[in-house]
Design a protein around this ligand. Structure first.
Ligand code: DSN
Length: 457
């Protein structure tokens, strides 16, 4: 339970840092699509006494004593998770212990695929995720890429959406054991039915990672992958608006693959992969916060919120299309919009800084058929979950889009030199120019006026 504040007395240095971040989160337009503001109730649960407890094992089967109440907590969280997505306990297991999205994905892959076997995943610049085995031609970047043979599928060059016939051809040629969909920057809905069918045709498991759109799926506004997937992973802190954590859902009996490991329950394999395979004690305080967020997501008001998240993102996308920006895939079906800035000859690094000088926080992002690098990519990614939590709607989004378009106009033609030697000096000069740009300051003031009217929870 929250009680009288003592941190300011005991550790003023740390307290001041928290105050600064509180102020920052209150004053800026937080538009990174993977971020959100949790409720006070979620934060209260996360800072509860569950932070003190070790609880390796599963409900009713713990390795440490003293877990009677933890069992109650975890059982409640699991029940709520299954109920939110309309799943039956007899067909699906949910594990609520994965520490976040990347370990959740690693656990599922390690449970379903033997080292050296092939997995197929969305290409990172096309919106995939690092934890699906990202690697460069010259470097195995992730642990998954060191363990498994990873083959990526890409979006169509012209439409920048997936061509499912091409994915099927690829799957038939590489015979993956697992096909993964989902990621971080694909603005369109995934055709889970088709992905499930492709997995079925090649005898692969299908893992749908809905980290980004979990809340939209829970609200029935994006297609549910559950009828088609063998396993579904999601983080709990993006559109689902809980604390940072993850949920892993697994069918007891696989849909697409005849078990090669006897009659073993698939979900049991995933549970074992999470603990003891990958982690020790679960973070029960986070699980408490997730349980609160799941109950919040079952309220009718959450569906209204999710609907507004999508409406708001579509308003941004439409405004950028009208202003002749290159909106990847021409729009969005969910909470995020991806702009390819190569058409306006601006570096995403400079654009993101310019926006931040006006207190609009987005992230620079790779885009399909990327020609830059992950640190200096060609796109910016923006999203609406956090601003919608604050209550912003159509009118505010139109104003935000206008400001963003104006700021991007201010930095058009700023290009980062190819020469690495010249680059740092150039970037320092640009940041200094941006920090004193009067137009950015004026927009920053308007942003502060707007954010004052929409308090964070
Ligand atoms: N880093 C997260 C995102 O921003 O999408 C995914 O892990």
């Amino acid at each position: 339970m929250m009680s009288r504040m003592i941190l300011n007395v005991q550790d003023p240095e740390l307290y001041t840092i928290i105050q600064k971040e509180t102020k920052r989160q209150r004053e800026v337009l937080e538009m990174i699509p993977s971020e959100n503001y949790t409720s006070k109730a979620v934060r209260e649960a996360v800072s509860s006494v569950f932070i003190n407890k070790y609880a390796e094992g599963q409900v009713g089967k713990r390795f440490y004593q003293g877990n009677r109440v933890v069992d109650e907590l975890e059982a409640l969280c699991k029940k709520r998770a299954l109920s939110l997505f309309g799943l039956s306990e007899s067909a699906w297991e949910v594990n609520v212990q994965a520490l976040s999205g990347s370990p959740a994905n690693l656990a599922v892959v390690s449970a379903l695929v033997l080292p050296g076997e092939t997995i197929m995943a969305m290409y990172l610049p096309d919106g995939g995720h690092l934890s699906h085995g990202w690697q460069l031609p010259s470097k195995k970047v992730t642990l998954a890429s060191k363990i498994w043979n990873v083959v990526f599928y890409k979006v169509d060059r012209k439409t920048r959406v997936f061509d499912y016939d091409a994915i099927e051809r690829e799957a038939r040629s590489v015979h993956p054991k697992l096909i993964i969909s989902g990621g971080t920057a694909y603005p369109r809905e995934i055709n889970h039915k088709r992905m499930g069918e492709i997995a079925g045709h090649v005898g692969a498991y299908y893992l749908a990672d809905i980290a980004h759109e979990a809340g939209l799926v829970a609200s029935g506004l994006n297609t549910s992958p559950f009828p088609y997937a063998d396993a579904v992973t999601m983080t709990t802190h993006k559109t689902l608006r809980g604390p940072r954590g993850a949920l892993v859902f697994t069918r007891h009996t696989p849909k697409h693959v005849k078990s090669t490991q006897g009659t073993e329950d698939l979900a049991e394999r995933v549970n074992q992969a999470i603990f003891p395979g990958l982690q020790g004690g679960p973070h029960e305080h986070t699980i408490a916060g997730i349980a609160v967020a799941l109950a919040e997501a079952m309220q009718p008001s959450f569906k209204t919120y999710s609907r507004q998240v999508i409406v708001n993102a579509k308003i941004l996308a439409d405004a950028f299309v009208k202003a002749r920006f290159d909106v990847v895939s021409g729009g969005t079906d969910k909470h995020l919009v991806l702009l390819d800035l190569r058409s306006v000859k601006t570096s995403a690094w400079i654009a993101a800084w310019a926006l931040e000088y006006a207190d609009i926080v987005v992230n620079r992002n790779t885009v399909p058929y990327e020609t830059g690098s992950s640190f200096y990519p060609s796109g910016i990614r923006m999203g609406t979950p956090a601003v919608t939590t604050r209550g912003m709607k159509e009118k505010e989004m139109k104003a935000v889009a206008r400001w963003m378009i104006e700021i991007l106009g201010e930095v058009a033609q700023y290009e980062i030199p190819e020469d690495k030697g010249e680059r740092q000096a150039y970037l320092r000069k640009v940041r200094s120019e941006l920090s004193s740009n009067s137009r950015l300051r004026t927009i920053g003031k308007a942003v502060k006026t707007l954010t004052k009217q929409f308090p964070v929870p």
